[in-house]
Ligand binder design. Structure first.
Ligand code: THG
Length: 274
């Protein structure tokens, strides 16, 4: 599974403190670099950067984060913002030698779609397609599936390769309804059945928002979604138990021939003490 490290997000709080937001405002590069390095070393392929809580100066801050993460690690970046101005600015600063950038995200909302699509094409980026349109986010999984299909059709017609599209079914907190995870699983299965070449992705930590023992729910939902065909996850790669479960699930789902990767991770000591 493609791992997108979620930790550089200004909405994240540690013991109630907005420590990431504070670090971005203070331009504390060392704090951010340390977070980028730890995620990369733990197995993140992409490093997601999100400073959407800033009420002013998001474009400048996202550009700064881009430079800082590039200095810290040799990993491509996932640019997590709905703001096309911030996106363009960060993508301009980005060195494609780090790998293909990921735009997080485009939607079927007409204004956002028309402003983000040119950036996807200009920067030859991978793009996360969120299943929402001008009517907002639909609860009904069949409606979200229909929006996902429209996005796949429109993006491919515009010249975006199918394998660069990551459909996001949207992950709601499980506290908002007992069937929200089932809806997500259903969309993942349907999208993969209809377009085997497209990728699916989910912000899996959303599932546990407001719940106790969040990591347990995040671990369970990740493995269940992988069983439905999930290709990528925006997750916390510094949860070692979650990473171990992901490697185990890949072996069990036929995505790790002879369990070579699982055995390698075990030899590297990743599972010690678990
Ligand atoms: N889809 C897409 N992008 C996304 C999301 C999505 N980006 C943002 C978000 N959802 C994914 N990122 C996070 C980042 C942090 C948390 C949840 C989702 C989170 N963190 C804990 C907190 O703030 O309490 C702390 C976790 C920890 O570090 O222990 O909940 O759905 N495309």
């Amino acid at each position: 599974m493609l791992i997108v490290g979620e930790r550089i997000n200004t909405s994240r709080k540690v013991k109630g403190e907005p420590v990431i937001e504070n670090a971005v405002i203070k331009r504390d590069a060392e704090f951010i670099k340390d977070m980028a390095r730890k995620q990369f070393e733990a197995g993140a392929t992409y490093i997601d950067i999100n400073c959407g809580t800033l009420t002013t100066g998001e474009p400048e801050a996202l550009e700064w984060l881009t430079h800082v993460v590039m200095e810290a690690v040799d990993a491509p970046i996932s640019f997590d913002t709905p703001n096309p101005v911030a996106l363009d600015r960060a993508l301009k600063a980005y060195d494609p030698a780090k790998g293909q950038p990921m735009i997080n995200s485009i939607t079927a909302e007409s204004e956002r779609y028309s402003k983000v699509l040119p950036l996807v094409l200009e920067y030859k980026a991978k793009v996360i397609a969120l299943a929402m349109d001008d009517s907002g986010i639909q609860q009904d999984p069949d409606k979200r599936h229909a929006v996902a299909r429209t996005l796949i059709e429109n993006l491919t017609s515009a010249g975006v390769p199918l394998q660069d599209i990551y459909v996001d079914p949207l992950t709601f907190p499980i506290g908002t309804g007992s069937d929200v995870a089932l809806a997500m699983f259903d969309i993942i299965r349907k999208v993969k059945a209809e377009y085997p070449g497209v990728n699916t992705i989910a912000g899996l930590s959303n599932i546990s928002h407001g719940m106790p023992a969040r990591k347990i729910l995040n671990q369970a939902v990740t493995i269940l979604a992988m069983g439905c065909g999930l290709d990528a996850g925006i997750i916390d790669p510094n949860d070692r138990y979650l990473m171990a479960l992901i490697y185990a699930a890949e072996a069990l789902l036929g995505k790790d021939e002879f369990c070579m990767n699982y055995i390698t991770k075990s030899r590297e000591g990743l599972f010690e003490g678990l």
